[in-house]
Design a protein around this ligand. Structure first.
Ligand code: TYM
Length: 340
């Protein structure tokens, strides 16, 4: 169809977009969209692996679509759609589930972290099956590249393994995707501001800058960021907290990490934090403005999502039909069902 690579990625609408999502994923989606055939999904079926209040889930789904666009995803260039609008995701996930060894899933680090110390009676099985659904998201569109943060590395390995396993068992069906993960200091792993040993995550909001935080709150969070006790910055002695701040600075200004290091070498930590805060506030201001404008026109957003889902369904259904056929299931539109 095209010689541009097919790129697919997604984010769960289970909270607000934060700097980790932006610097680890969305910024790179925006940078690559002109040169690729890109699809960006709002993965609401992933979000329900933990319980979500229905009204909030609906609202966050639309908000995330607006955020994708506010960050620079152009729906004329890239396809934006909601996962649950394309039934083939759940259907392919079942095919893949049946050929995924349980041990592979039980060994996933995120699964182990999320279930540690919890009793099985209280956990939905979706937590275990989650990476298979993610593989289905990717394989349905024959994605060549999947731009994600470092925390998704193991899930991408599984998607590759499943593609190869399926192709081996049933003949060439899926493209084997490649993960595109930025190095940690180029945004691949943005750390929590209150605990730089842990990744920035919405589950720890004090250590997390949300793109929609008001400027004063963003400044306060960054000024309070945990750093080591040195008086001035020197890369040789820098701990993870100050390195993380420099990574954030380099991400939001598009300056290389090395240039950011030279800029701040010898400067005091208070001054560095103030510069990082200024840079983050300046970078998110236009995003917040665009977001407000998009949210003021909900019909246009819904129309964009409707059109996106339609196009995504066509592409996904074509792959699913081949996967069904190769597996020995009657293809979804076969004459056996009376509508082929
Ligand atoms: P999710 O919703 O947790 O995160 C969305 C994206 O943000 C990246 N990210 C980070 N990057 C750097 N530093 C951080 N602190 C940080 N926190 C989050 C994530 O790596 C991700 O790229 N399973 C996925 C969603 C998904 C998906 C897919 C992704 C479902 N299907 C298909 C790609 C392709 C997830 O939960 O991401």
């Amino acid at each position: 169809m095209t010689d541009r690579p097919t790129v697919l990625s997604g984010i769960q609408p289970s909270g607000d977009l934060h700097l980790g999502n932006y610097l680890g994923a969305v910024r790179h989606w925006v940078a690559g969209q002109e040169l690729s055939d890109s699809l960006f999904c709002i993965v609401n079926l992933h979000a329900i692996t933990v319980s979500q209040p229905p009204e909030e889930l609906r609202q966050k789904t639309v908000e995330l679509a607006a955020m994708y666009m506010a960050c620079g995803i152009d729906p004329k260039t890239s396809l934006i759609f909601v996962q649950s609008e394309v039934p083939a995701h759940a259907e392919l996930a079942w095919l893949l589930t049946c050929m995924t060894p349980m041990g592979w899933l039980e060994r996933m680090t995120q699964y182990k972290d999320k279930t540690a110390g919890k009793r099985g009676e209280r956990l939905g099985a979706g937590i275990l099956m989650y990476p298979v659904l993610m593989a289905a998201d990717i394989l349905l569109y024959q994605a060549d590249e999947v731009p994600v943060g470092d925390d998704q590395r193991q899930h991408l390995e599984l998607a590759r393994d499943l593609a190869m396993r399926f192709n081996h068992a049933f003949g060439d069906t899926f493209t084997v995707p490649t993960a595109r993960i930025p190095p940690p200091e180029a945004g691949g792993r943005i750390m929590s501001l209150v605990n730089p040993e842990q990744k920035m995550s919405k589950s720890q909001p004090e250590g997390c800058v949300f793109l929609n935080d008001p400027p004063e709150l963003t400044r306060r969070k960054i000024m309070r960021a945990q750093t080591d006790s040195a008086a001035s910055f020197s890369l040789a002695q820098a701990g993870p907290g100050i390195r993380n701040l420099l990574g954030i600075y380099s991400g939001v200004t598009s300056m290389s990490f090395a240039d950011a290091v030279s800029l701040f070498e010898g400067k005091g930590y208070g001054a560095i934090k103030a510069s990082v805060a200024d840079a983050v506030v300046a970078a998110v201001a236009p995003i917040q403005e665009a977001y407000r404008a998009l949210m003021a026109e909900p019909e246009a957003l819904e129309e964009m999502l409707r059109a996106g889902a339609q196009r995504a369904r066509e592409r996904a259904d074509a792959t699913l039909a081949v996967a069904y056929d190769n597996t020995g299931l009657l293809p979804p539109k076969s004459k056996w069902q009376g509508n082929g």
